[in-house]
Write a protein that binds this ligand. Structure first.
Ligand code: URA
Length: 420
């Protein structure tokens, strides 16, 4: 086998065998294939695509490039969830404790944010003391005690994806359905939970801009997961507007806690209940209706909040924030963006708001950038609302910069407003 033949086959849409794909992934991970040759193959995949069997072979080869977690010591059914990335998406912070308090374990490894989308690990690290880098034994111990733990992804999981993803970022080869599928699914299969829920985002703030392309990715991931022996469901959800009101790490933790406290019954709450019910049903906890009711009871009884607080405490975090969100880090500066005349909000562009939040300090452009946990945006109104002149559309927060002139202009441009 040689790399030139492999590039040439994909370039001509000829189908690679599983052993060719295993060879390619193995050699590249071992540093025996040059970055420029791998980049050429990735570009050929972007332009020509891969068949479903090639995508499965690529996923399995990437899964097998590193450790596969052994979760057999967890005495409950295990479930994992993945969202393909969004703005204001704090659903894991609600769903994991809800599902755990309904008897299904969620041992979860998550990532940091990059670009306009946030990451669960950054959000959790905004809680003072919360440790996201735990040894495997401690991670499992917490799952055994509370039903869930969220830590940052071990570097030993899917080293092939780490190398390939870095190249894709530099070579404009991220937006390929088979490459996104194999990247996400290899990590999920290496985490090795029994059931997998995949939340594929579609819209302006997502990789998949149209519902049709998101559906295609969702069905492909579902079939790859099932072929690899997992119970798998993929749903497509809207990311045209940010999820919930708050964007930015500590602000999103605050909003997730408010959902867990039963104080919010909005689109974020509904989506969390739907996704929790999907996971519980996949895990065999009951019918869809029963699972939905179970999820709602976990919130109304306070059990999910208690479970969240216990995990925060075991991971070294200040669990008092679960009962008093003013203990979360607070921004030094804030600025109200007001309506200049009476308007109706037609839309709020997620990607633009995510970028504004990043500039305020909440995100990173390069993977080692420092972030300001207090920074972000609170949307004071939503798509469809009428807002009177002088009323606040959104509030911007930052501890780094007191001059909001540039970010306020960016933020207002993210909204499509219609005079009323
Ligand atoms: N998230 C991933 O982990 N990989 C992709 O390719 C896209 C999103």
């Amino acid at each position: 086998m040689n790399i030139i033949d492999i590039i040439s086959k994909t370039k001509k849409s000829e189908i690679l065998s599983s052993s060719e794909i295993e060879w390619l992934v193995g050699k590249f991970t071992a540093g025996e294939i040059d970055d420029c040759q791998m980049s050429a193959w990735l570009m050929a995949v972007c332009l020509r695509g891969l068949t479903e069997s090639e995508t499965l072979a690529l996923t399995l080869a990437m899964r097998d490039s590193g450790d596969i977690l052994d979760l057999s010591c967890i005495e409950r059914v295990t479930a994992d969830k993945h969202s393909t990335g969004g703005v204001g998406d704090k659903t894991t912070l609600v769903i994991a404790p809800v599902v755990a308090s309904c008897g299904v374990a969620m041992p979860k490894m998550s990532g940091r944010g990059l670009g306009h989308t946030g990451g669960t690990i950054d959000k959790l690290e905004s809680i003072e003391g919360y440790r996201t880098e735990l040894q495997f034994e401690e991670f499992i111990n917490i799952v055994q005690k509370t039903g869930f733990s969220v830590i940052s992804q071990s570097g030993k999981l899917c080293p092939a994806d780490k190398k390939i993803y870095a190249l894709r970022n530099m070579t404009g080869t991220v937006d390929s359905t088979p490459l996104i599928c194999s990247s996400i699914m290899s990590k999920k299969l290496a985490t090795n939970a029994d059931c997998l829920l995949l939340d594929v985002k579609c819209g302006s703030g997502a990789f998949m801009k149209t519902r049709q392309s998101a559906e295609k990715l969702a069905r492909l991931m579902e079939r790859v997961g099932e072929s690899a022996g997992k119970k798998c469901r993929a749903v497509v959800t809207d990311m045209d507007t940010p999820l919930g009101n708050n964007i930015g790490n500590a602000l999103e933790v605050k909003e997730a806690i408010e959902v867990l406290q039963g104080k919010k019954r909005d689109r974020l709450y509904s989506l969390c209940m739907e996704l929790s019910a999907d996971i519980l049903e996949l895990a065999g906890a009951g019918s869809r209706n029963e699972c939905f009711e179970m999820a709602e009871r976990a919130i109304s009884s306070g059990k999910a909040l208690e479970t969240f607080a216990k995990t925060v405490e075991l991971q070294g975090g200040n669990s008092a924030v679960c009962y008093d969100t003013s203990l979360l880090p607070q921004a030094r500066y804030s600025y109200r963006v007001r309506a200049s005349h009476d308007v109706k909000i037609i839309s709020a562009d997620s990607e633009q708001l995510g970028m504004t939040s990043l500039i305020l300090g909440a995100g990173r452009l390069m993977k080692d950038d420092d972030i300001d946990y207090t920074a972000g945006i609170v949307m004071e109104c939503q798509r469809g609302d009428n807002v009177s002149q002088g009323e606040t559309l959104m509030t911007l927060y930052s501890s780094r910069c007191s001059d909001f002139s540039e970010t306020a202009v960016r933020a207002i441009r993210a909204l499509t407003l219609c005079p009323i």
